[in-house]
Design a protein around this ligand. Structure first.
Ligand code: BGC
Length: 377
């Protein structure tokens, strides 16, 4: 009941065409050109809506054609359990598979990759040996995808990659070679653009000291990850595209980590002081660290410095509401987890699966922070 309300509210908040179907019948929240065109007719949508109102785990399970959901075994490996965002994602993925798709909790194995590709590879090989039906993999290193795909494909096990996007050519190769693999994520370019727009839309366009140039520091995630690359690039592009003159003072990798975000920002503040107008963080965990450093340096967000992140962690959305952070971008882990689970089950049931599914990001500013908080809390 609670989730149904959330999902409906999310659709409202982001004006997205969110599927109202339960597990197995849903389309992703939003798809890119690379993904399928929505094929749901108005009549089907209506039917799905009324279905959902009375969805129970059993009804949802029955809706999945093919293999009995209670017999499906899913192997999941998350790059690192210690990641705040991936923890929210993982918990929702597990909840959805059990409560809405009718899988047995004991048939879902979720492993911690511990940020170690070797460790994750062992987990994947164990899933193969144990005859899992499908895997959902959040790679430690996106560059390991060819090996993982090859081994899974040789064993006849489909793979749904999440969160860390493999190379576009590889995604195309899955199609060309008829390999059962897909990627479910969100287009990081969009999140970067939204961050830049949040600054460009301020009255002073982020020029806190009014000297005509927006000087910023960039706290990056893991730069091997396209999320970090695109957010770094597109946030600044949005700003310069709005006619703002910018100067980069510091760019450093913070590996998505709060403590590193705090350290990088503290060092930058002691080196460049009042010159810094904006702190861009590739995610919210690092932005929370940056906020600690900003406060410790006696600076005040939204008065003499601006701060933006990505993810929409509860604490950050509350800060946006209370004028302690400038903005963030909702990284829709509900939509991503549901699509990943749906596509995994589609693979198991022999349905057609595209190679890429993208879920939309949503800008979070003081105007809609309350609404977003309702959805995620
Ligand atoms: C999230 C980060 C997270 C990373 C993990 C990104 O999409 O924004 O918070 O640490 O994924 O790969």
């Amino acid at each position: 009941m609670r989730l149904t309300k959330k999902v409906m509210a999310m659709a409202l908040a982001s004006c997205m065409v969110l599927s109202m179907a339960a597990c197995g019948g849903s389309q992703p929240a939003e798809t890119t050109a690379a993904a399928t065109e929505a094929t749901t007719t108005a009549a089907e949508a209506e039917a799905e809506k009324s279905d959902e109102a009375e969805t129970t785990a059993e009804a949802a399970a029955a809706a999945v054609e093919g293999k009995d959901p209670s017999e499906i075994k899913v192997g999941i490996s998350i790059y690192q359990f210690a990641d705040n965002f991936m923890t929210l994602y993982r918990e929702e993925l597990q909840r959805y598979l059990v409560e809405e798709c009718g899988l047995k909790a004991e048939n879902i194995s979720i492993m911690d990759g511990k940020n170690d590709q070797g460790e994750q590879m062992n987990q994947i090989r164990n899933f193969i040996t144990q005859g899992y039906d499908v895997m959902i993999i959040n790679l430690v290193q996106a560059s390991s995808e060819p090996t993982v795909t090859e081994e899974c494909n040789a064993a006849g096990i489909p793979v749904v990659y999440i969160n860390r996007e493999p190379e576009a050519e590889r995604e195309q190769a899955w199609v060309d070679e008829g390999i059962k693999a897909t990627y479910v994520g969100a287009d990081a370019r969009q999140s970067g653009t939204f961050q830049g727009e949040e600054i460009a839309e301020l009255d002073n366009k982020g020029d806190a000291d009014g000297d005509g140039v927006v000087r910023y520091i960039m706290v990056q995630g893991d730069p091997e990850n396209v999320d970090a690359q695109y957010r770094t690039e597109k946030s600044i592009e949005a700003l310069t595209g709005a006619g703002v003159e910018v100067e980069e003072l510091v760019k450093m990798r913070g590996d998505w980590d709060q403590t590193k975000g705090q350290e990088i920002t503290a060092n930058a503040l002691s080196q460049h002081g009042a010159k810094i107008d904006v702190v861009f963080c590739n995610n919210d965990a690092m932005a929370l660290g940056a906020l600690q450093a900003i406060e410790a340096a006696g600076r005040t967000v939204n008065e003499d410095i601006y701060l933006v992140g990505v993810d929409a962690l509860v604490e950050v959305v509350e800060h946006v509401m209370n004028d302690k952070m400038t903005g963030t971008v909702f990284n829709d882990y509900f939509g991503q987890a549901h699509t990943a689970a749906d596509k995994a089950l589609d693979f198991v049931n022999g349905k057609d699966v595209d190679n890429v599914y993208m879920v939309d990001y949503v800008k979070v500013t003081p105007e809609n922070a309350g609404e977003i908080l309702e959805l995620i809390k």
